[in-house]
Design a protein around this ligand. Sequence first.
Ligand code: PLP
Length: 377
Amino acid sequence: MTDSHGVTEREAFDVQRAEAVVRLRDALQGVPVYKPGRPPTVVPDVVSYKMSSNENPYPPLPGVLEAVAASAAQMNRYPDMGATALREAVAADLGVTPEEIVTGTGSSGVLSAIVGAACEADDEVVYAWRSFEAYPIMVALSGARSVQVPVTAEGRHDLAAMAGAITRDTRLVIVCSPNNPTGPVVTAAELEEFLAQVPADVLVVLDEAYVEFVRDPEAAEGLEVYRSHPNVVLLRTFSKAYGLAGLRVGYAVARPQLAASLRSCVIPFAVTELAAQAALASLSVKDALLERVADLVEERGRLLAGLQDLGYDVPDSQANFVWLPLAGHTQAFAEAADARGLSVRPFPGEGVRVSVEAPEATDRLLEVAREFRDRMS
Ligand SMILES: *Cc1c(COP(=O)(O)O)cnc(C)c1O
């Protein structure tokens, strides 16, 4: 007997049996699945906007496409194993040495190497929740346990509770500032107080994926914190402000010895030459970059103020997105936005994250929010 694909029962059984005998790590059971932001639904006669993935709405910066095109001609060659030029440029930009830079396939790639370097089965990783959805996935894959400390009602890290959650099994703490998806930063004062309570042998990752968008003068300055705490590692990316999400390049900043160990955990040749050249070209036009970031920050302010004026309880955001804690109304809001050609990122039962896009997208989102509020009241 064969099924519609011409597969005999015997063959199907053999496949099943072959799958059943392959042994994989127990840790793989219960690893959450990453849900990417959806593209917008096409609505006739309206320009649709993707506001679901915190991407940069701008095209590549001047000179970037040319640099990528030039390096594409060399794609038969492996990239520079040490990503030397990129590490030198990043180091010069930050005022550190290239020995302190660890590059990888997006900062997610670097973070996965960090978790792998720090954690064994049954170790604990402390981080705020809700935060970046890649954290529980990476921790679960390592076999370590996630210790999730709820954010406050204002979407801020509860650093006192996080300090209290550290045990002898804690190997890694992740602090996300600004926090994705809620938006607020951790302040310099509260981070200092927190770090004073973290044992010196526990690694602290400060995830600064949105650092370029921060305007709060109280915000913790990663580089300053890094200089005074040898157990702090900074995590940064070219995906958000620099608009290179599709090329996958990010980095960590760590003390030289620690950085060398972390580099040994990153997949060889992780950063392609195309990605490295795009990052280099982007770094060389920093003024143009900062102008775009300033425009997005202004648009964020308009979105935030507009939603607050409509009566929404939106926490302060220092990133390129805002958070609407809509609880049970989350799905309905996402559907209302989608019907108008705007895709947002719903976290069912919790809230909606809306990425900053073009001014027209802000205007339309505020219309959706007004209609939604009127419908609900
Ligand atoms: C987007 C994001 C990252 C990194 O993304 P990559 O594209 O892998 O560099 C890291 N942390 C947070 C909090 C993010 O939102």
